[in-house]
Write a protein that binds this ligand. Structure first.
Ligand code: KIV
Ligand code: ZN
Length: 501
């Protein structure tokens, strides 16, 4: 069975997402991550659009990555020259082909479009480069014209023909038929580029492979124009896990790559996003969690395991939690509770859940410790004596913490993009860099400039311990600081209980 090629366009179509603009250093960082991930092609950008874009594509082309580097160009010689000068391995030449796009955008005859496309493909090939050709809006282009232009560029020596569903209107049955029909006519490699306007980008990419496509264009986290492109993670795992179809992707790097793109693009994935979302392998309901604790595949697909994509399974607490799951979370954190205490904790958790509260690990452990009579007040291994945070115009936000950590006096300082970032970085330093913040959510729970800010955080350490906590204050910095320092305190306690300090 053939290996399906993965053409990643996070740095080109992904960057066209409203609100996303990647400085060259971020582009290079993402390109390196995509290369490690094993994508076959990185579409690094559209070199002709700006000097910054040209420089970024040039730099990525010079990195000596294993992935082929591709640059986008219209059917315009200057665009192609710009991509050649940027040192790419492949040029992706595109032109509108549907009546509506031709009439309102390119304004030349459809015969001229074919002639120009042929000339451009020949021009790219004469420079010894690989060439991909896209008939933009292919799914709204009459089949006869589409076939004609594709056959013409195939005759001109194109290497790959792309079928874009530019405005995401294809449906899986129709798209399957279209790709199959073109597959019968076209000998060179076929590739598809699906947009997600109706939420069908992944399904359409999948059926295209089943219809004979050799390559799929995807983006990490599905970022892209409007509703985005087909998500790399989802397409790859559908092929691997559900169809046994190979790609060159190192799937265990998917979660980390997704997080990097999330951080650098600023586009946060909802928790219920398949494969890489925070909840993709989290279980709260008692029945599910009980099953999963015994045998994970009772309430997970089985053919998709968190470790396959570099993710983690989590049993979380909430009003749907069962006794087994609470016991397991407590045991994992080093607490031993008898059945009577467990029942009391269980009731308390339900009560909090019924009041609409998200129950954090910190809440659960505090309840447990009170029930066990271990604590009259929270045990502390971190005692903060002073925290100073400065910010302002032309001042780099800086935080300084003076604290006792596990009996040792420590003073740490950090700078950040803002006062919250600086203070959280200073806390991470305080605990010796063994933790990182996995999730951070800030909500205003009352209106006005004096609103109470509630911060919810998930902190993870290098031993895989995860802890959720919350902080609330009118001062956003202090609410954030409180949530994170408490999470760090508990993680150190858990490490000490487990003998991992
Ligand atoms: O959506 C689209 O048609 C594109 C082309 C440039 C392939 O992004
Ligand atoms: Zn696109």
């Amino acid at each position: 069975m053939k290996t399906i090629r993965i053409f990643d366009t996070t740095l080109r179509d992904g960057e066209q997402m409203p609100g996303v603009s990647l400085p060259p250093v971020y582009k290079v960082q993402i390109a390196r991550a995509l290369d490690r991930l094993g994508v076959d092609v990185i579409e690094a950008g559209f070199p002709a659009i700006s000097k910054g874009e040209f420089d970024a594509v040039k730099e990525i082309s010079s990195l000596g990555l294993n992935s082929e580097i591709c640059g986008l160009a219209r059917i315009v010689k200057e665009d192609i020259d710009s991509a050649i000068d940027a040192g790419v391995d492949m040029i992706h030449v595109f032109t509108p082909t549907s009546k509506i796009q031709v009439e309102h955008t390119i304004k030349i005859s459809r015969e001229e479009i074919i002639d120009k496309s042929v000339e451009c493909v020949e021009y790219v090939k004469s420079h010894g480069l690989k060439c991909m050709f896209s008939a933009m809006d292919a799914t709204r282009t009459e089949f006869e014209y589409l076939e004609k232009i594709y056959k013409a560029v195939e005759g001109a020596g194109v290497d790959i023909i792309n079928i874009p569903d530019t405005v995401g209107v294809a449906t899986p049955f129709k798209f399957y038929e279209l790709v199959k029909k073109l597959r019968e006519d076209i000998k060179v490699m076929l590739d598809v580029h699906c947009h997600n306007d109706f939420g069908l980008a992944v399904a359409n990419s999948y059926v295209a492979v089943m219809a004979g496509a050799d390559e799929v264009q995807v983006t990490v986290n599905g970022v892209g124009e409007r509703a985005g492109n087909a998500s790399l993670e989802q397409v790859v795992m559908i092929l691997h896990s559900l169809e046994g179809i190979k790609t060159n992707i190192k799937t265990e790097l998917l979660f980390d790559t997704s997080k990097l793109v999330e951080r650098l693009t600023g586009v946060k994935m909802p928790p219920n996003t398949p494969i890489i979302g925070e909840n993709a392998f989290s279980h709260e309901s008692g029945i599910h969690a009980h099953g999963v604790i015994k045998e994970a595949s009772t309430f997970e697909p089985g053919v998709l395991k968190p470790e396959m994509v570099g993710h983690r399974r989590r049993i979380v607490i909430g009003k749907h939690a069962g006794r087994h799951q609470i016991k397991k979370i407590l045991e994992d954190a080093g607490y031993t509770v008898d059945d009577e205490t467990l029942n009391k904790i269980f009731e308390k958790v339900k009560e909090m859940g019924d009041k609409g509260k998200r129950v954090t690990d910190r809440d659960l452990f505090t309840i447990t410790e009170i029930m066990l009579g271990e604590l009259k007040r929270e045990e502390k291994v971190i005692t903060v004596d002073e925290i100073t945070v400065i910010t302002g115009n032309k001042i780099t936000p800086t935080a300084v913490i003076n604290a006792e950590v596990l009996g040792e006096r420590k003073v740490t300082s950090a700078i950040g993009v803002g006062p919250v970032d600086a203070s959280l970085k200073a806390v991470m330093q305080l605990v010796g860099g063994v933790m990182h913040i996995r999730e951070f959510r800030l909500d205003a729970i009352s209106g006005g400039s004096d609103a109470i800010a509630e911060v919810y955080v998930t902190v993870e350490d290098d031993q895989g311990n995860i802890f959720t906590s919350r902080g609330a204050a009118q001062d956003i910095v202090m609410a954030s600081f409180d949530a994170v320092i408490n999470a760090a305190n508990y993680l150190l306690l858990i490490r000490r209980k487990k003998g991992g300090l």
